[in-house]
Design a protein around this ligand. Structure first.
Ligand SMILES: [Zn+2]
Length: 349
């Protein structure tokens, strides 16, 4: 694949790509961060806005975590037992002003380890810790750092940082939103699947006629320019609502659906349609499992059935960067629920 194409500098393809820093910290194997804890890892602790521990399910079909809805939870109803996770807030005084508070999500095993550390250290609030991801199986090491360079935050600094945290983040509200979004996506998916089942037989006999689209990606890109500026502002204020990645867990197979081949500048995987900006020319906004946003343009020779591919639908797609650095969709179809084999809960009544 790479053979036919000359090597060239990897360029920044979009504004989204440029503003890498996000609210959620993510670690790959062997990576670590050192920051000041803005929480106690204790669900019973009062007045602990930097900590939110909750129940969650791994939705194999959508390949993401969905907060448990308790009594109304469709996953629990399908006998999938939830695990616990915790979102924690951290302070990085050396970062730029708007990048000083970050969130990190821990899995069950690591919550236990945090709790242990807290017991040994007589609390973690304000202390500087080093969190290191050891492998791809969700194992982390946790160390409280000591020495002159690693002093805990003073009471005064801690107070102002906590005030900023409370002003900017509502950890519970963020999970609440994720839950609502996931439930909505499931409703859409369910409706689609039902329709799909009914259609299936007919489709085998004769190919359903589909509307043909022609896309002019480059022209479309300039047209959209103004629009994009406006969106950017929105993005910034919405940033705190971004979905946390399922980083701190056994997530080996979560990555396999999505691959970026840097040499070829191609992108493949499952994306959620967050917006169809223009059906005529085929301009889409997608969100991947990590909450990253992508804007893509439909290639002229790809056809899309807009009855199937709608806002909120998960699609399997391939895209290629063009000379302008825009993502051009070369293949797109509704993501098949291929993972609903073993323990994926059934969404039908
Ligand atoms: Zn549940």
């Amino acid at each position: 694949m790479a053979g036919t194409k000359a090597l060239r500098v990897r360029r920044v393809g979009s504004r989204e790509e440029r503003k890498r820093p996000t609210v959620y910290l993510r670690l790959k194997a062997d990576e670590s961060f050192s920051g000041h804890a803005l929480f106690e890892p204790n669900p019973e602790q009062e007045d602990n806005p930097g900590y939110f521990e909750y129940y969650t399910h791994f939705d194999q079909q959508a390949n993401r975590y969905v907060p448990c809805a308790g009594e109304a939870c469709p996953f629990c109803a399908a006998n999938d037992s939830p695990s616990t996770r915790a979102v924690t807030a951290w302070y990085f005084p050396d970062n730029e002003k708007n990048e000083q508070i970050k969130l990190f999500e821990f899995n069950w095993g690591t919550i236990q380890a945090l709790d242990d550390e807290s017991e040994d250290e007589d609390g973690l609030m304000g202390k500087k810790l080093r969190i290191k991801r050891l492998d791809d199986r969700g194992n982390y090491s946790i160390k409280t750092r000591t020495g002159v360079d690693n002093k805990p935050l003073t009471a005064k600094v801690l107070k102002s940082v906590m005030a900023e945290l409370e002003e900017k983040f509502d950890l519970e509200g963020m999970q609440e939103k994720r839950l609502q979004a996931a439930l909505e996506a499931m409703r859409v998916q369910e409706a689609l699947e039902d329709a799909d089942d009914e259609d299936e037989e007919e489709e085998e006999e004769e190919e359903t006629p589909r509307r043909r689209r022609t896309g002019k990606p480059v022209a479309a890109a300039t047209e959209e320019e103004e629009d994009e500026d406006e969106e950017e502002d929105e993005d910034e204020s919405e940033e705190e609502e971004e979905e946390p990645e399922a980083e701190a867990d056994v997530d080996e197979d979560e990555d396999e659906d999505e691959e970026v081949d840097e040499e070829d500048e191609t992108l493949q995987g499952v994306f959620n349609v967050s917006r169809i900006a223009d059906e005529e020319t085929g301009i889409f906004n997608f969100t991947n499992d990590e909450g990253e946003k992508f804007k893509m343009f439909l290639s002229e020779d790809v056809e899309v059935d807009y009855d199937e591919i709608q806002k909120g639908v998960d699609v399997q797609l391939s895209a290629q960067a063009d000379d302008e650095g825009d993502w051009i969709i070369t293949e797109i179809e509704v993501a098949k629920p291929k993972r609903r084999t073993t323990k994926a809960p059934s969404r039908r009544r």
